[in-house]
Design a protein around this ligand. Structure first.
Ligand SMILES: Nc1ncnc2c1ncn2[C@@H]1O[C@H](COP(=O)(O)OP(=O)(O)OP(=O)(O)O)[C@@H](O)[C@H]1O
Ligand SMILES: [Mg+2]
Length: 474
């Protein structure tokens, strides 16, 4: 569960944040004074701070400076009114992750919070490289196949340098883990890592996000904005899904790689940055070049050092270790004894092609542990065995009995007396489904949301709506 500290002298603002972030399952602590907030940070560890600028006593900017000194990697989002815009810009230059102007758009706040938390997650904890012990305390990269050995060697070779690295591989192969391992073993590990997912940010916003803009650069640019490249000065930037960046942005990224300079959008000032660039993509860049979607010069620049992460089907010998690692992790998370994995189940897993790679295997084990609740996992408990022969699709539907469902609907309609048949049935069904999944996951809402394949926020909102019993730790 993530822990967020909100510091604002206005109680109702703090309370609004508490409510909004609470719907996403975050734990929120609120403080009315900067000094009290700083004390909190000494006592307890947080994943994110949301800080008002104008407060009686120590102001937000002073507090930010102190936080950046004591916890350089802790992301801080600044809140500001129109009147303190200039301070907000100064704050981003001082290392604030981003700022939000009051009054807030809840959607926008949640998006910024998610982005900040993603970066925080990537900086947190040490990634162990295939540790010996059965249950490593932290996250780990698992696998001893020759393909993975090459990956580890490459991480070792590049980590301590400042060289740009391109991490390539299919979706779910572990590119993000590799990027984190490089960052953590680099000389810049005490400085922040900023993450920009080039595929997740709309094209029109991506340039501003990366390079910033000046006031008036375009309609809606009401003030200067500092981009992630500038914020990452002396640190590291991770350009995820670089293969999806539009051509105009590719040109600007190329220039940063070559000259370490750029201009903010709509600005004349040339900004020089000292940034280590890590990039990742699951795209076939050679093909993208041939089709005109990717610049060859940027490709050559990025590809000087590239780390290919092999798909799981090309390193099936890693499957048993990976399965064991995830079994241990999930059993511990769910406070169960580690379940046995039946021999035939493991055999099937070794034969399966894993189109979704390690991510699919991770989900497969998680589901199996949730459903078997500590009993041995048999081949029949694996999702890809329940399919009707379509091996390529990881998201199979279990074959529930349509007849029984139809009986239920008939009974329902026969006895229904209201005039909202649709809403009432769907809500009733949904409530039962959620209640049952919460029971099976022993009220762990994060696991329940994962099992249902729903975003956590959506799930939590519904749990509140139906007033289902809240779970313990997520
Ligand atoms: N070798 C590994 N050992 C342990 N866990 C792994 C390994 N590879 C991947 N994982 C886990 O699988 C999941 C997917 O990995 P990751 O997010 O790094 O994939 P990716 O290559 O970045 O995928 P995408 O292209 O979809 O972004 C994560 O939960 C990650 O922790
Ligand atoms: Mg990724």
């Amino acid at each position: 569960m993530t822990k967020i500290l909100v510091v604002d002298d206005e109680r109702n603002v703090a309370a609004a944040f508490e409510k909004l972030l609470g719907t996403q399952g975050h734990e929120v602590v609120t403080m009315q004074r900067a000094a009290a907030g700083l004390e909190c940070l000494q006592r307890d560890s947080f994943d994110l701070v949301i800080l008002d600028i104008r407060m009686p006593g120590m102001n937000g900017l002073e507090a930010l400076r102190q936080i950046k000194k004591d916890h350089p990697k802790l992301p801080v989002i600044i809140m500001t009114g129109e009147g303190t815009m200039e301070t907000a810009i100064e704050a981003t230059q001082c290392g604030a992750f981003d700022y939000q102007i009051k009054p807030f758009e809840p959607e926008e706040v949640l998006a910024v919070v998610e982005r900040a938390l993603l970066g925080a997650r990537m900086m947190k904890g040490q990634i162990a490289v295939d540790p010996e012990q059965d249950a490593p305390a932290t996250e780990a990269i698992i696998g001893r196949s020759s393909g993975m050995q090459e990956v580890y060697k490459a991480i070792g070779r590049v980590a301590a340098t400042d060289v740009t690295v391109l991490i390539r591989g299919e979706s779910g192969t572990g590119k993000e883990l590799v990027a984190r391992a490089i960052y953590q073993h680099s000389g810049r590990s005490a400085k922040p890592l900023l993450v920009v997912n080039c595929a997740a940010i709309p094209e029109t916003l991506l340039e501003g996000e990366l390079f910033g803009y000046e006031r008036g650069a375009f309609t809606g640019a009401v003030s200067r904005r500092i981009g992630k490249f500038e914020q990452a000065h002396q640190g590291t930037i991770f350009l995820d899904e670089i293969g999806d960046a539009p051509l105009s942005i590719q040109a600007k990224v190329l220039r940063v790689l070559q000259e370490r300079t750029f201009e903010r959008l709509g600005g004349n000032e040339t900004i020089r940055v000292d940034v280590r660039v890590l990039a990742a993509t699951n795209r076939d860049l050679e093909m993208a070049i041939a089709e005109g979607g990717f610049r060859a010069d940027l490709y050559h620049r990025l590809n000087v050092v590239s780390i290919p992460v092999p798909p799981l089907r090309e390193r099936r010998e890693d499957v048993p270790r990976l399965a064991d690692y995830f079994l241990t992790r999930f059993a511990r998370e769910m406070e169960l004894d580690k379940p046995l994995l039946a021999e035939d189940a493991l055999k099937q897993m070794e034969k399966y092609s894993w189109p979704g790679n390690v991510r699919e295997l991770e989900h497969c084990i998680r589901r199996a542990v949730i459903f078997t609740r500590g009993y041995p996992i048999q081949a029949a408990d694996l999702p890809f065995n329940k399919s009707n022969g379509n091996k390529g699709d990881a998201r199979q539907r279990p074959s529930f009995s349509e007849g029984r469902l139809l009986d239920l609907v008939r009974d329902y309609l026969d006895s229904y007396g209201g005039d909202h048949a649709y809403d009432d049935l769907i809500e009733g069904l949904e409530k039962s489904l959620f209640a049952e999944v919460l029971r099976r996951t022993r009220a762990n809402r994060t696991h329940a949301a994962q099992l249902l394949g729903l975003p956590r926020g959506t799930f939590f909102t519904k749990v509140q709506k139906y007033d289902l019993r809240e779970g313990p730790e997520d």
